[in-house]
Design a protein around this ligand. Sequence first.
Ligand code: ADP
Ligand code: MG
Length: 809
Amino acid sequence: MVKETIRVYARVKPLGRRQQAGIYSVDDDETSLSSLEIIMPRDLADGFVNNKRESYKFKFQRIFDQEAKQDVIFDSIAKPVAECVLAGYNGTVFAYGQTGSGKTFTITGGAERYSDRGIIPRTLSYIFDQLQKDSSKVYTTHVSYLEIYNECGYDLLDPRHEASRLEDLPKVTIMEDADQNIHLKNLSLQQATSEEEALNLLFMGDTNRMIAETPMNQASTRSHCIFTIHISSKEPGSATIRRSKLHLVDLAGSERVAKTGVGGHLLTEAKYINLSLHYLEQVIIALAEKNRSHIPYRNSMMTSVLRDSLGGNCMTTMIATLSIDKRNIDESIATCRFAQRVALIKNEAVLNEEIDPRLMIVQLKKEIQELKDELALVTGKQRTSELSQEELLQLDELIETFLEDNDPDSTLDVGADMRKIKYCFVHVKQLMKHSKTSDKKLFLQHSSEEKDTNKEAGEEELKKLKDLLQQRDNEINILVNMLKKEKKKTQDALFQLNAASAGSTVLEQSVSTHLEESQSPSSCLKEAEDVSSSVHRLPFLSRQTGGKMSLGCWEAFEVFKRDHADGITIEDSKQLLKQRFAEAKCLGDKLNEVRNKINHLKGEITQRRIQRAALAVSSPSEELNTLDPVEENLRMQIEEEKKSYKTMFNRLKGLKVEIEHLQLLMEKAMMKLQKDFEVWWSEETISLKQEKPEMVRSPNTLTVYPQFVKSSQLLSTNSFSETTRVSPNEDPAGKNNSITSSNPALKTRTPPSSSTSISLTGDTQADADIQAFMKARQNILQKTAQCYSLCPFRLGEQMKFLLQSTIFF
Ligand code: ADP
Ligand code: MG
């Protein structure tokens, strides 16, 4: 990599015959930079140049004065760049200056004398000379010639066009790839195998440029021309290719628009020229600044094309052409100023080497073959890439012995054969992999055992739930059967009644009302609540459900009780009990009445005695000492009342004994009923299992009654607030019959008429379904238990309470 600033040279054009020279001096120092001093006479320094100064000094790599010949210019300026290009670096030589300062003369040359040849023909000559001399490399040379006019690129080397106007030439556009490399579309690259071919191309380009020149003014002064020599080189047999290019640039005149004194179309042209040079200046200023990240290359086509030449991978040289006559002194100063800024730019030129993959493959193949041949020559054996079966077995044995050997100094020696060494590595890698897989398997086995334990616990729980579910299903089925029977019975009864008394609307109504009541499960509950004290202690039910009552069981019990013979006895006893209780209440009321009456009479007697005592004090008489007939009468009345009280009290005592007796009888009948129900329930369960084995056969198969689930949900969402709760302080006789469940959910519940089977295969699904179903059921059970617990009174207790409140002496 070559890192250096852009080299800047100055060339002073010889003065014309009528031109008056400006005052300048050149200090040509061989060892350091040359300096150019321009003296600005005070009378000329108006406006543009600071009139306070007279002398302007500029430093250049070298200053070529008026007498400098083309060969010297080439040797000093272009030759070093051409050498770099031949070595594989990019190079640029560009001429900058006002129109007529000698840019074209320097870059291309004068047409009159052979010795006036400019940098391009001399460079071509030099390059081809060098290429011919250097037989160590294979060179390929191409040239391109681009003209940029009004921000448009034109290909000057397109052989298909004989342009009469610039617009007829193929237009060249700029393309930028992902790596921000500039590509010029439509710019032809013409191969030149010799100096002559290359010069012909240059001549063709110059001719095209000249023909296409705008007739109004010389386009050449307003356009930029870039002649590029592309060289690629590679050493014979090498895959590495070096590519380099040399731009030889003839820029448009750098004079300012104001000075041209043109207008209209020409002004636009001048603006464009200046605009693109202005952008060139912008780029150069940006490049000269330190830490400047954005360089405005894209602003004009010219800066885009010269991107690499300015601040990139290029050895760049600038020639500032100066027309040093008096009238152009200010432009010369402007050119020098520009040159000073350019001189600050540092470029980094790198060797443009790239590898040709096709050549690389060919080269490597050749190398392999050569090595194989060499190896065969040394070992005396022709080697194939594969090891023989025998060799492989031998290696396996060697590896095994090596791995089993506990001696830390043991080695695995397979000789200097890369195939064998590679095989050993592969083999050991496989062994390592295998042992890792075995470890993993062991780990997985262990974790699966843990999983099994968890699974067992889960399965146990599932089994429990399934058993419970099965039990509930059995209950439901029993109830369904019962309800079916009940319905049939009701229908029969209705039919008989209709037949017996057709036309008796009143009877029909009463019967249907009765039937409705008997059909309704809630009516069963109503009856059950009347004897709730007994139901509380159902030992069988409590035992079977683990302390919790199932709704199915309760309902079944109620229906069973109603149909049982003892049920009728209980019902009779209940009616008798109610009658006796009413009697007792009546007696109690009467007793209270008598007691009040006696108290009243007693009060009258006391009153009478006080009156008589007072009278005796105020007007004593014989009469007052005798018995008072009124008092006697009152006493007799009291005696009468006491008699009736005692009679009634005795009767009430008798009633109490009778009521307690009746209650005991009822309790006894209930116990018998429970036992009979227990036997019947078990029988029903067994027969159901025999009748419908599919319902209980598989633990994974559940029978779900949609209607039941629906009513369960209804039950769970309805509160039992409608049920009347009786407190002990209220009159039990009057309220006792009102302890009924009026829950509409219970009344609307219908037995399931059809069933839907859901087969559950997945354990997770089964769990979820079971839990949902169980939750619904649990809700029903809780609500039912609540319902029954609303009947806290026992008749015996009611009686005691009544008697205690009545008997006061
Ligand atoms: P530019 O391209 O900068 O506008 P040219 O190269 O066309 O200027 O030069 C203008 C005229 O001056 C041309 O006729 C050219 O032959 C002549 N000229 C320029 N430089 C020299 C020089 N160093 N020696 C002799 N003649 C020159
Ligand atoms: Mg020119």
